[in-house]
Design a protein around this ligand. Structure first.
Ligand SMILES: *Cc1c(COP(=O)(O)O)cnc(C)c1O
Length: 393
């Protein structure tokens, strides 16, 4: 722009606007009046990182050899622990040297995947209800996003068959993520097989975001897409310790799968960062290789909270299914409301914050997302307040 001394990149102007500004403003006004507002908006675990992991970090941070630059691609010990975990958890064999890459959180890896795979004008295919980084990363590379439809009737499985030919000709990556944030939907092996066949046919990288692999209910355990035949030919999968071990603040994750994709992402990262603190990787090894009892305990807590919230929503006439995975309840807004107006209604009448589904993409309109990461006593208070609203239907 003329007349200014600082000119930012054009792609920054194309990033999606922050959709929750209106609701944030209302919340701030209520808080200013002294109202006690409960947030069920943020997907960030309230439970602490398990003690044995914290203890490992304390030991690791005292080791002088950890104070130097880390290995770019992650320590071989960390990558080996990731590979061992993949074998134990999914029965999937990956080579720690060529098929595993340490990440500074999976958000970082997902965002940088675009740098490795898309040029300006290319397309990425993203679910029309999903993690905003799939499209945001494309925008930052001056690439386009095509949103694959997601419908409740199809179990919120993104419809890639309807992507137009001209888009496919320019598409490089297809993003999927199941168990899904925000819908809580889970995928079947048959769906993964169709997605893999589609990506092989159209020469696409299939990037599968498995951030919620460890959070399942009623006996459900999420699969890895790498369990499927031929997945290794076109898939990269993102795993994160953030939600699995209550480690969102630590910034540690990994990618596994197709060796060419892992190498390309590694090359981008070589040029941008210098890896994650080795002490954090050492603690993450303990998380992945130690007792997994903490995961069962965590899932039991979320499962109980899920039942409480679903019960409260149904009591006021809001339709919702009990998700089999993730830390979210995805609920249809009652007739006559939009995502935003219903979120506003809950804020004004119950002083409870939920996230409007419209913030997750075009097909998110008509839904709200409720996060289960609020301490029990606050969640119970929110449930009491929601039930206190007269039946809305
Ligand atoms: C939380 C989340 C991530 C990011 O996890 P980090 O490893 O903490 O960066 C990635 N994908 C989805 C869908 C998430 O909800």
């Amino acid at each position: 722009m003329k007349g200014t001394y600082v000119r930012t990149a054009e792609c920054l102007d194309h990033l999606a606007p922050y959709l929750f500004a209106q609701i944030d403003k209302k919340r701030d006004a209520l808080v200013e009046q002294g109202v006690d507002v409960i947030s069920l908006g943020i997907g960030d675990p309230d439970l602490p990182t398990p003690d044995h992991i914290v203890d490992a970090m304390v030991d690791a941070v005292r080791k002088p050899e950890n104070h130097r630059y880390p290995d770019y691609e992650g320590s071989l010990a960390y990558r080996t622990a990731c590979a061992d975990w993949m074998r134990c958890r999914f029965g999937v064999e990956v080579d720690p040297k060529t098929e595993v890459l340490a990440l500074i959180g999976s958000k970082e890896g997902i965002a940088h995947l675009h740098t490795a795979f898309v040029d300006p004008g290319d397309y990425v295919l993203a679910p029309s209800i999903g993690y905003p980084v799939y499209s945001g990363g494309a925008t930052l590379m001056s690439a386009q996003t095509y949103f694959m439809p997601m419908r409740e009737g199809d179990g919120f499985l993104a419809d890639f068959d309807s992507v137009p030919e001209d888009v496919l000709a320019k598409a490089k990556i297809m993003f999927l993520g199941y168990p899904n944030n925000p819908t809580g939907a889970v995928a079947t092996g048959e769906y993964f097989d169709r997605a893999i066949a589609f990506c092989l046919e159209h020469d696409l990288l299939l990037a599968h975001d498995n951030a919620y692999s460890e959070i399942g209910f009623d006996g459900y355990r999420a699969p890895s897409i790498l369990e499927r035949p031929r997945a290794r030919e076109c898939c990269i999968e993102f795993f994160s310790l953030s939600k699995a071990y209550n480690m969102t603040g630590w910034r540690i994750a990994f990618a596994a799968g197709n060796a060419k994709a892992i190498a390309a992402l590694g090359t981008v990262k070589n040029n941008l960062d210098s890896g994650q603190f080795t002490a954090i990787q050492d603690a993450a090894i303990v998380a992945l290789t130690g007792s997994q009892q903490c995961i069962d305990d965590m899932c039991a807590i979320y499962e109980r909270r899920r039942d409480l919230i679903v019960d409260a929503l149904r009591a006021i006439g809001v339709e919702c299914e009990k998700p089999r995975a993730t830390i979210y309840v995805w609920a249809k807004v009652p007739h006559g409301y939009t995502s935003e107006s219903f979120a506003t209604e809950l804020l004004e009448r119950a002083h409870v914050i939920v996230t409007p589904g419209s913030g997750y993409g075009p097909d998110g309109e008509g839904y709200i997302r409720i996060s289960l990461t609020t301490p029990d006593e606050r969640l119970l208070e929110a449930v009491r307040r929601i039930k206190g609203i007269a039946d809305l239907s």
